[in-house]
Unconditional design. Sequence first.
Length: 48
Amino acid sequence: MYQNNAPINAISTWFLKLGFVDRLDLINVRAAGAFISTLIPLSIYVIW
């Protein structure tokens, strides 16, 4: 199972620097990001 977390980590770090999220929300952002990153290829596969 291949999963690239670099963009998710970069985005979540960027949000953290801007002060939009705290540590607890950061976990939720990464979980949501991981869910979305697996959902998008799946939805593309279903559409095609």
